[in-house]
Design a protein around this ligand. Structure first.
Ligand code: URA
Length: 196
């Protein structure tokens, strides 16, 4: 029998499969209805997620929530998770600054993501950024070139490639507004999203 999301979450709480657990508050596992038709996958929890124990609750999560609202998608209906379940950071003074996970760390964590996919069996998945896309498809993905496209995993589940919301947070003013509009256009392809 496949483990349930609840069982997976409990097992992942003690994960020591890579060194990233050291210096974190907790494992941040995926959340959402265990039979959700749609799964969103990010990179890794950030500072706020590490403290709260929930995915996408910091600034990137707020932007994601805003986009989902505009698309008429209810986050409560979606399963939201990350390719890596612990926060990787470097200390600058007292601040914990995000650090991109190494491929070995993504690989060590991949069995959790695959188990989540097997448990939830979503009809579609959105990959938010390059780390998620690579983890889901098992090959490097050029997100700026392949964004807005549906790519197929070996198990047949389609994956929509798009940017990570943090990429938008790094922009300002008109540039951010244009990037946000283009991101919404990508996400509009998700099943259930309003056509705009
Ligand atoms: N960025 C991610 O990729 N995931 C989170 O949960 C938060 C920020």
């Amino acid at each position: 029998m496949r483990p349930t999301i609840k069982q997976l979450r409990e097992a992942a709480a003690g994960c020591r499969d890579c060194p990233l657990w050291q210096g974190t508050t907790q494992t941040v596992f995926g959340e959402g209805p265990p039979q959700s038709p749609l799964m969103l996958v990010g990179e890794q929890p950030g500072d706020k997620e590490d403290l709260a124990g929930h995915p996408f609750v910091g600034p990137a999560g707020r932007l994601l929530d805003e986009a989902l609202r505009e698309l008429g998608l209810d986050r409560a209906d979606l399963y939201v998770t990350n390719a890596v379940k612990h926060f990787k950071y470097e200390l600058r003074g007292k601040r914990r600054m995000h650090k991109t996970p190494a491929q070995s760390e993504v690989a060590a964590c991949n069995h959790w993501l695959e188990s989540e996919i097997q448990a939830v069996r979503p009809r579609a998945i959105a990959a938010l950024g390059a780390t998620a896309a690579r983890a889901l498809l098992g090959r490097p993905v050029a997100v700026t070139r392949e964004r807005g496209q549906w790519l197929q995993r070996e198990d047949g589940i389609p994956v929509l490639i798009t940017l990570h919301p943090s990429a938008l947070l790094r922009l300002q003013g008109e540039e951010r507004a244009a990037a946000y509009a283009a991101w919404l256009d990508d996400l509009r392809r998700l099943p259930g999203a309003s056509p705009g």
